[in-house]
Design a protein around this ligand. Structure first.
Ligand code: GLU
Length: 486
């Protein structure tokens, strides 16, 4: 009997939910659903510094919004949990010890300074970077003695000493890797926490994953992963690395060139079914070449082997065009229902109204005053533009400051509320040399298109991170063209 198919998405909760996560989730979902298997969500939060619970919640919300629901995961449980790696530390430690006992991994006592000196030397001699294997040569008795004496160490995987290694990818066939990509990888750090490689392989095995479908950027880790399976004596799953999503200029998709947060697309009013359809086109084509199809139709026809490797371009214009087609097919009642879930929900309106009540005399005035709470981008008239640029500052300086504000303070902010936004802006004012007065007015006008608004931080809070970020970017573009126009 063939094993039931089990696939997984294994995001790291370190930022806003990424379109790449949805893309990979979609293909894993489609394969599992097509064969009546199970689709699993595992949270890979081994990077304790960068992982954030708010990010995890946003991943759940975004994937559910797209209709990519999972059968097992941290929030729904399942037979092979826990599904959050931070709750599985002892499992990884036991497995690392097991490898040491089998002679397939070894403790390494090299201090960070020695490793740094080694790197410097390798760079100077133009050698491939990597661990030189000094501790691999230690006798087991000496290594054991040093460990029990409490000497700090990591555990490293013993990679084969061969010049190259051939591994198999479903879409690429045999792929050969040469020595430099076969470094003796750290499996367990000196604090006892696992690296991605160990945790990922141990979990895929224990969670009985049959198909590891993930982004191409992980292909270079495959020799290490395959070596881990061999060292444990485990059967390997099928590996399938999906082609990277690209910006229009064919570079790897990045937030500098495209919005990559799923929250952006949701707030901007893209329909989840259109986004799913669009993501499916990134590497998949229906047997009849039809471009529009539902998630259910994708599942019915899905065949992993038909995924093509040509670098798919995440072309927002095409997505928007497709979205428009979906929207125009909807009955007005359906569109209304969608609006009511978001911008016209009681929830949202009841956050906007308290900010506007003091400033309107008739109901009609609400529409004029509060328009910017509902729009996507806002236009800047001449008055707005001059309000956006403080006296003694230039448009390009203002553009630069807004760009640093986004990168240093807005992007990393995962919990968005008035208090958090205020302290982020105040911090930034201190470090940037812009007074709070200058900075706040610039941000106010950039985000709302006007100089008179309800209290700034409450306004930014209600608007949400995505809209603020988007309008700030638009302001930056506008300011830059002003300088060009001079
Ligand atoms: N945690 C990895 C990520 O964030 C998972 C990669 C994999 O699927 O193996 O993409």
């Amino acid at each position: 009997m063939t094993k039931p198919i089990r696939t997984r998405i294994a995001p790291s909760p370190t930022g806003d939910p990424h379109v790449g996560t949805a893309y990979v989730a979609l293909f894993n979902y489609a394969l599992a659903r097509k064969h009546g298997g199970r689709f699993i969500l595992r949270i890979e939060d081994t990077d304790r510094q960068r992982s954030h619970p708010a990010s995890e919640t946003m991943i759940f919300d975004a994937l559910r919004w797209l209709g990519l629901d999972w059968d097992e995961g941290p929030d729904v449980g399942g037979p092979v949990g826990p599904y959050r790696q931070s709750e599985r530390s002892s499992i990884y430690r036991e497995h690392a010890e097991d490898l040491v006992r089998r002679g397939a991994a070894y403790p390494c006592f090299c201090a960070p300074e020695r490793l740094e000196a080694l790197r410097v030397e390798q760079r100077a001699k133009k050698l491939a970077l990597g661990y030189d294997g000094r501790c691999r040569a230690l006798s087991t008795t000496e290594a054991a003695q040093r460990r029990s004496a409490g000497e700090p160490h990591v555990i490293r995987l013993s990679m084969p000493k061969d010049e190259s290694m051939v591994v198999h990818d479903l879409l690429r066939g045999d792929v050969r890797f040469e020595r430099p990509q076969m470094d003796d990888q750290v499996l367990l750090k000196s604090d006892g926490f696992p690296t991605y490689h160990l945790a990922n392989v141990v979990d895929d095995h224990l969670m009985e994953i049959t198909h590891v479908i993930r982004a191409e950027e992980w292909l270079s880790s495959l020799p290490k992963h395959v070596q881990l399976y061999r060292s444990f004596g485990w059967d390997e799953p099928i590996f399938c690395h999906l082609p990277l999503l690209r910006n229009a200029d064919r570079s790897k998709i990045s937030k500098r060139k495209n919005p990559v947060s799923l929250n952006h697309y949701r707030r901007a009013g893209y329909l989840p079914e259109a986004l799913v359809n669009f993501l499916a086109l990134m590497g998949w084509a229906m047997p009849d070449e039809r471009e529009e199809f539902t998630l259910r139709e994708l599942v019915e026809r899905f065949d992993l082997k038909r995924v093509s490797l040509g670098g798919p371009v995440f072309d927002i214009e095409k997505l928007t065009w497709l979205n428009g087609k979906y929207l125009r097919r909807m009955a007005p009642e359906e569109i209304l229902a969608r609006l009511r879930r978001q911008l016209l929900s009681d929830d949202y309106l009841l956050r906007v109204l308290p900010l506007c009540r003091e400033r309107i005399d008739t109901l009609e005035a609400f529409f004029d005053y509060a328009g910017f709470f509902f729009a996507g981008e806002v236009p800047y008239d001449a008055k707005a533009l001059s309000g956006m640029i403080p006296k003694e500052r230039t448009p390009s300086e203002t553009a630069r400051i807004l760009k640093s504000l986004i990168e240093q303070k807005i992007d990393p902010l995962l919990e968005w509320d008035a208090g958090a936004v205020e302290s982020a802006l105040r911090d930034f004012s201190e470090s940037s040399g812009w007074s709070a007065k200058e900075l706040f007015m610039t941000v106010r006008v950039a985000v709302t298109g006007r100089a008179a608004t309800p209290p700034l931080f409450d306004t930014l809070d209600v608007l949400g991170k995505e809209i603020c970020r988007r309008r700030l970017r638009r302001a930056i573009e506008t300011l830059r063209t002003m300088d060009e126009g001079k």
